[in-house]
Design a protein around this ligand. Structure first.
Ligand SMILES: C[S@@+](CC[C@H](N)C(=O)[O-])C[C@H]1O[C@@H](n2cnc3c(N)ncnc32)[C@H](O)[C@@H]1O
Length: 278
């Protein structure tokens, strides 16, 4: 099925925004710290992710929407045979730069995630997806079909993603807290015009407009089930790896939470593990 002109424009708006953010991300404290981990021979992945995914040595792993490839290269460091895909050419160039510097084996491809099966041209033991990926995608059912077709029978999907429920909130300019602002159910693509970026809140950009497609937990689970995946584990967490709201308090590197009365009371992220049925 072809994309509508509106959907094509949304991809283009988002791609321009991501392309422009790459340099600021590369120079940001957060990604410098992740690159430094890799240079020191440590994966820049949270411990729970490494533990949940388990031994990847000798396994094939596709990382969808891999950005500058730091997590992809972490899996390579842990012995996986990895491919990373992202539609931002500058992001893929940074991934390649780091891959060459670290002398790691990884295959990076610049392509829209919906074209991943053709662009990667093979199937994998593991598909890995991490924070900030599915909100950019207009069609969650089609995305799940992509995931399904990339997996070997019995192959596993691991997602550590931003929880869509928290997307109902926004910072309020006049109130010292977050306020219910957006719908959770029945929400199509929303255009946002936001300054800065999660890795550098003060950075200035020309391309500030993006189209964000929030997908409910139910729609993600159903899409994966319809694509032939069996859900093995689903877990929600209050922890957040970036300052999603201005009111968040920082507890440590890549560790933020909502303060005060809502501390540990609202989901910010989720982990989903599934496998492709035989
Ligand atoms: C929030 S970043 C992922 C960050 C990553 N988890 C990390 O920690 O570095 C989202 C990525 O999705 C990519 N992206 C957005 N829409 C895409 C699409 N339709 N196809 C491929 N990549 C896309 C962007 O270029 C960006 O690199």
């Amino acid at each position: 099925m072809a994309w509508s002109d509106e959907q094509k424009q949304a991809f283009e708006l988002n791609r321009l925004s991501w392309d422009e953010r790459v340099e600021a991300h590369w120079e940001s404290d957060m990604y410098r710290r992740h690159a430094a981990d890799l240079r020191d021979g440590r994966p820049c992945l949270a411990e729970h992710i490494v533990r949940d995914v388990g031994d990847v040595a000798g396994k094939t792993l596709a990382h969808l929407q891999c950005h500058m490839g730091m997590e992809t290269l972490s899996w390579a460091l842990l012995g996986a045979n990895v491919a990373g895909l992202d539609f931002s050419q500058p992001a893929i160039e940074k991934a390649e730069l780091l891959r060459r510097e670290l002398k790691l084996d990884a295959h990076f491809v610049c392509e829209n995630v919906y074209n991943a099966p053709e662009a990667l041209g093979r199937t994998f033991d593991i598909v890995f997806i991490s924070v900030g990926a599915v909100c950019w995608l207009p069609d969650i059912d089609r995305w799940a079909q992509v995931v399904g077709s990339l997996l070997e029978p019995g192959g596993r999907l691991y997602m550590n993603e931003a929880h869509p429920f928290a997307d109902v909130f926004d910072d309020h300019p006049d109130e010292p807290g977050i306020v219910v602002t957006y719908p959770y159910l029945d929400r199509g693509g929303l255009v946002f015009d936001s300054p800065g970026t999660y890795a550098d809140l003060d950075a200035q950009f020309q391309h500030t407009k993006t189209v964000d497609h929030m997908h409910t937990i139910g729609s993600i689970l159903n899409a994966l089930i319809c694509a032939g995946l069996v859900i093995d584990h689903f877990e929600e967490s209050a922890r957040c790896v970036w300052p999603r709201f201005k009111v968040m308090q920082q507890n440590g590197p890549d560790d933020w939470s909502l303060p005060g009365p809502v501390l540990n009371k609202l989901p910010n992220m989720y982990t989903l593990m599934a496998h492709k049925g035989g």
